[in-house]
Design a protein around this ligand. Structure first.
Ligand code: PLP
Length: 400
């Protein structure tokens, strides 16, 4: 091997070693079962799963799997094409219509992932004459999407409406302005203040875009999302979201909004034009999921009951959580090594959850992040709470 090539590989080895030393290396946890409120690990251990984005508990469900099998039988395995050449089937059009109806928008375009939806939304719609005003903690895919666009970038301090207003003023001379925010921020379960954001957008003539990956299917009275939660349905210009979390859990994403926006994305959005069609199995299963969620709020209601129960009981045990109502519940341990030890002990006690520490969260804000699901039974939650109590006592963390 040439010296230059060998330097490249040894450089990578050093960087990987550095990640391990800094505690930033992300090993994969291998499951030997379906996704669910209970999973089986590679080594045969049964664990209660408290860290999936499986908010409505649909990922491992029989009827969802069957809907995907039915769609595969009818439409085949795949399309071997992008959408506009020969990759659009009736099931894709039906799913786009169903998402639009569910969200209260005019039209929807599907992508292979929400990462692609966010990556492909800005560049076709905005240019150097325009401004994108983005929350500082927006998802990586939004940040990447903005980088691919020539519009001027303005960043406002996370969830800070006074700073958002200042940025809107700073962008006053731009032709079009769009405020962009996660509907729900997944690290803290913080819900964006969409009522205030819409009011500011109206005042300064800006558009609003929200990423609903941690909201579609369960936020708001009937699960439509953060716009329903904040009573601003019909006032959001662009909604992006995923089919890979609450809405079934496989993969796939979408952008939804006014028909001329979606029409332009179909013409110009690069991840749509230059990437394969969403597999029909996923389109068919997602359609079945949306039909179910449109006819009943049972799963959404159970998720919120589980969330309220867990939030109340974990505080009663003496743990500190970030206040809120979202099924993401950050249990604050503050110290990084403590969070690591705690997650490891919980694993031994049969509970799967993840620890987060600097630089993923600010220094001194280490935590384990619990994510509730409609699939969790009360018995499972009680087992998890007992394990929290035991690990908390062993590590001397409990105030009570
Ligand atoms: C806020 C947010 N946006 C976008 C994505 C990307 O979603 P997908 O997995 O569909 O690419 C995620 C997933 O982690 C997310 O949390």
């Amino acid at each position: 091997m040439s010296d230059q090539k060998s330097n490249f590989y040894s450089g990578l080895q050093q960087n990987l070693e550095q990640l391990r030393e800094q505690g930033l290396y992300k090993p994969e946890r291998v499951l030997a079962s379906r996704q669910g409120s209970e999973v089986v690990s590679e080594d045969g251990r049964t664990l209660i799963n408290m860290c999936a984005n499986n908010y409505l508990g649909l990922s491992g469900q029989e009827w969802v799997a069957q809907a995907s099998i039915d769609a595969t039988e009818k439409y085949g395995y795949g399309l071997s094409s992008v959408r506009f050449i020969c990759g659009t089937q009736t099931v894709h059009k039906q799913l786009e219509q169903a998402i639009s109806k569910f969200l209260g928008t005019e039209d929807t375009i599907l992508y292979a992932a929400a990462f692609d939806a966010n990556g492909g939304v800005f560049e076709p719609l905005f240019d150097e004459n325009d401004a994108i005003i983005s929350d500082a903690l927006n998802h990586a895919s939004i940040i990447d999407g903005i980088r691919l666009c020539k519009a001027a970038r303005f960043r406002y301090a996370h969830n800070d409406m006074a700073d958002l207003e200042q940025q809107l003023q700073a962008a006053a001379d731009k032709r079009h302005k769009i405020i962009v925010t996660d509907g729900v921020f997944s690290m803290d379960g913080t819900i964006a203040q969409l009522d205030q954001i819409v009011a500011l957008a109206d005042k300064y003539g800006a558009l609003v875009m929200i990423d609903e990956c941690h909201a579609s299917g369960f936020m708001g009275k009937t699960g439509r999302g953060t716009h329903e939660h904040h009573n601003v349905v019909g006032k959001i210009d662009i909604i992006t979201g995923t089919l890979g979390k609450a809405l079934g859990g496989a993969m796939g994403g979408f952008t939804s909004g006014r028909k001329e926006v979606i029409e332009m994305l179909r013409q110009k959005s690069r991840p749509y034009l230059f990437s394969n069609t969403l597999a029909p199995s996923i389109a068919g299963a997602s359609l079945a999921v949306l039909e179910r969620l449109s006819s009943s709020t049972e799963l959404r209601d159970r998720l919120h009951e589980n969330t309220a129960y867990f939030r109340k009981e974990i505080e009663r045990l003496g743990f500190t959580i970030k206040p809120g109502t979202h099924p993401v519940v950050p249990v604050m341990l503050f110290d990084a090594p403590v969070a690591q030890k705690f997650a490891a002990r919980m694993y031994e006690l049969g509970v799967l959850l993840s620890g987060f520490f600097y630089p993923v969260v600010p220094m001194g804000q280490a935590r384990v992040r619990v994510q509730l699901s409609a699939a969790h039974t009360r018995e499972q939650l009680d087992t998890v709470l007992k394990a929290f109590e035991q690990a908390g006592r062993e590590l001397g963390l409990l105030k009570n």
